[in-house]
Design a protein around this ligand. Structure first.
Ligand code: RP5
Length: 165
């Protein structure tokens, strides 16, 4: 995408190791022709980067932030504490606790600083892309049409009867 493309979605993640999951969100946004940026922003390893990202998010025109992390997954919640841009949290699946640790870390926010928490893993990341598109589509008729078409195509792809194989 060109430098003059308006980026309204930020995809952030705690580690390079989260990318294989978070790529599902990016792929969904690509499918719906929604420009985005992607960054590694760790709540624990790069706290200053997290702070700067949250502090500048509104002024840079971001309208949705998709944040994925695993384990002690503080990134989505900390980002929600730093910016009023809506944060969609993706619990990355972990080896030790299968992502339930990530889920609880992201989901149980205190009153006042919400994170819209998706399912654990790849489905959650893909849904985060769809959720971000749905939010932007409220103010973007062309995107709304693309999202409607995507949803209709998905429904049409589901067979009415099961087969043996
Ligand atoms: C979290 O720790 C990241 O979000 C990642 O899911 C997890 C493991 O990170 P690495 O040790 O693979 O860098 O901060």
């Amino acid at each position: 995408m060109g430098d003059d493309t308006l980026i309204r979605v930020g995809i952030i993640m705690g580690s390079q190791s989260d990318w294989s999951t978070m790529k599902e969100a990016a792929d969904m946004l690509d499918t719906l022709d929604v420009p985005y940026e992607k960054r590694i922003v760790s709540a624990h390893r790069t706290p200053d980067r997290l702070w700067d990202y949250g502090k500048t998010a509104v002024d840079r025109g971001l309208q949705v932030i998709i944040a994925g992390a695993g384990g002690a997954a503080h990134l989505p919640g900390m980002m929600a504490s730093k910016t009023r841009v809506p944060v969609i949290g993706v619990p990355v699946q972990t080896r030790a606790l299968s992502g339930v640790d990530s889920l609880y870390s992201i989901l149980q926010m205190p009153r006042g600083f919400p994170v819209a928490t998706m399912a654990i893993g790849a489905a959650g990341a893909a849904n985060a892309g769809l959720m971000a598109a749905g939010i932007l589509a409220l103010q973007d008729a062309a995107l709304a049409e693309r999202l409607d078409a995507w949803r209709i195509a998905l429904s049409a792809s589901i067979p009415e009867t099961p087969t043996d194989d």
